[in-house]
Design a protein around this ligand. Structure first.
Ligand code: ADP
Ligand code: MG
Ligand code: MG
Length: 535
């Protein structure tokens, strides 16, 4: 394939044109002197701490008992400059987001298709199997809530082929659960705007804000307004208790301030007033119960307000996306308890399964006579141009089953040479789960062949090189970086009436990692926050 060729031929790689910078951008991001670096470090770290561009301290600090009262925060790693990002690519991602929202809202309503996906993944994946069991149990007694909220993030990297053609974005993955960093991302855009403020030059050769095309970024407020819409859409409380929103969280979450920004934005709503509570997933059964009767309203009594009970309108899950959140059957009972309740879930089980990499692979699998394109089926009302706009963001993804495409993929995945242009992915979220390049064949040797269909094999996207300076733990790292763009979307739909009542694109995320690192998760410790300077 072309990507493979591209990776193997390093001379070709060097000939690839970097982004076409305008003349004014020729020296961007700029080289900085040691003194400028020291000043930028001081200014950036203080701005980050003062504006909640922060996470809780790392486990080592916690373990050293330096923070017994949990009062410390630490600045998130950030780039000093917004990374140059092709304007056409940014606009491409923004333009397709509402179609993506619609696509995943529609897939979430197609239980039959998702059942088939779960079957194809097979019982080698206990996590997906258990999740599906929860759905089947609720289906059996009947869902009492037909509305769902999606806070989505579609992730991309820039792809430019060896001919130096117009760059295009290719989708890395589509997230339907706990799509994070929206809270920190709008802050990062503000930081970069501040650092390029013409009034307070930080560099001897100052880059003014006017010279940079910095797109506005309403990710925090936008995601919060999706939750607000769902809160309203839930309707009036029918138990006599006031309504509330629950953020379902993990114990010991380090990325808490990202969540807090959404919370504060929600709480700034005055009509309606929206009470928000953080509930650790592990406390679900202790602190919530279902109302008597057939309505199954979810009731929540905060531990600090024993005389106060709320009816939960929306559950926003920032937990529950991986096996680590389900250590025992009690945790699965908790998920079942929430799923069968009348609260609007973000996400429901169906929506979470819709976000698996297996679904992404099936969508990206090209049309053949025996396998008609399911994309067309889902976006039946959309124009063919929006269909092709979506499809143009797909890169090659293969199943690892015994179909024709699967057998071809097995050949690649077990060959130490061919595997170099690929990444192997299990059905997992949250970073750190993938297997890259030459690690794939030895990894598969340790997996029984019967379990291979629970993985997908994806071509690596190789963006043109960009350089930047990252401030991490108070130290500057300068070098080649790889950027990953995420576009956020919010969507509310009704499974029963098959209607979408809300569909918005809300801001973006740019995450950047050193070009020597395969994974880019900020929380996982590899990446950093960034924003776009459109070129
Ligand atoms: P997760 O759901 O765990 O975030 P991802 O599919 O996003 O899984 O993979 C994690 C990271 O691996 C991405 O953020 C990206 O840095 C890298 N990655 C994944 N797929 C590709 C790909 N096709 N090409 C290049 N890098 C990739
Ligand atoms: Mg993901
Ligand atoms: Mg990801």
């Amino acid at each position: 394939s072309s990507v493979l060729h591209f990776l193997q031929d390093s001379t070709l790689y060097l000939k690839v044109d970097p982004y076409k910078y305008s003349l004014a951008m020729a020296e961007y991001p700029p080289e900085i002197t040691a003194d400028e670096g020291a000043r930028l470090t001081e200014v950036t770290k203080d701005w980050a701490l003062a504006h909640g561009l922060t996470v809780r301290p790392p486990p080592a600090v916690i373990a050293s008992e330096a923070d017994p009262q949990g009062i410390l925060a630490t600045a998130v790693p950030v780039t000093l400059f917004p990374s140059p990002f092709p304007k056409v690519c940014f606009e491409q991602g923004v333009a397709v987001q509402r179609a993506y929202n619609e696509l995943y809202a529609t897939i979430s309503q197609d239980e039959e298709f998702l059942a088939q996906i779960v079957q194809e993944i097979g019982d080698s994946d206990d996590f997906i199997t258990e999740m599906w069991k929860v759905h089947l149990r609720v289906k059996e007694e009947g869902y009492v809530q037909h509305k769902s909220l999606g806070l989505f993030r579609s992730d991309y990297m820039v792809h430019q082929d060896a001919t130096g053609s117009e760059p295009q974005i290719k989708q890395v993955e589509f997230n339907t659960i706990a799509s994070s960093f929206g809270g920190l991302s709008s802050q990062t855009s503000e930081l970069h705007k501040y650092l390029s403020s013409a009034e307070y030059p930080l560099l001897s050769k100052s880059i003014s804000r006017d010279a940079l095309n910095l797109p506005p970024n309403n990710s925090a407020a936008g995601l919060a307004s999706g939750i607000r819409e769902a809160f309203i859409s839930y309707g009036a409380s029918s138990t006599g208790h006031g309504k509330c929103v629950i953020f379902l969280v993990q114990d010991g979450e380090r990325n808490i301030f990202d969540q807090r920004h959404l919370e504060y934005s929600l709480q700034s709503s005055t009509d309606p007033v929206i009470p928000v509570f953080r509930l650790p997933f592990s406390e679900t059964q202790r602190q919530t119960r279902l109302a008597e009767g057939t309505g199954r309203q979810l009731l929540y009594t905060p531990p600090h307000l024993q005389a106060h009970t709320f009816e939960v309108a929306v559950i926003y899950m920032r937990s529950g996306y991986g096996p680590g959140d389900y250590p025992d059957s009690r945790a699965w009972e908790a998920r079942y308890h929430l799923e069968r309740s009348a609260a609007i879930k973000c996400p429901s089980i169906l929506t979470q399964v819709a976000g698996t990499k297996k679904v992404q692979q099936v969508l990206a699998t090209p049309e053949t006579p025996s396998n008609p394109s399911i994309l067309g089926r889902y976006l039946s009302s959309s124009s063919s141009s929006s269909l092709s706009a979506l499809a143009s963001t797909f890169t090659n993804i293969y199943p690892l089953d015994t179909s024709e495409a699967g057998l071809k993929a097995r050949k690649i995945a077990t060959d130490l040479e061919l595997c170099k242009g690929y990444v192997l992915k299990p059905q997992r979220e949250g970073g750190g789960n993938n297997i890259y390049r030459t690690a794939i064949p030895p990894f598969l040797k340790g997996v029984p062949e019967a379990h291979w269909p629970s993985y997908i094999l994806m071509e690596l996207i190789t963006p043109p090189p960009v350089s930047n300076t990252i401030l991490r733990n108070g130290k500057l790292e300068h070098g080649g970086v790889i950027c990953e763009l995420g576009i956020y979307g919010t969507c509310i739909w009704d499974q029963q009436t098959k209607t979408i009542s809300h569909n918005e694109q809300v801001g973006y995320l740019l995450r950047t990692k050193g070009d020597q690192s395969e994974e880019g998760g900020v929380a996982a410790g590899f990446g950093c926050m960034d924003s776009c300077a459109l070129v």
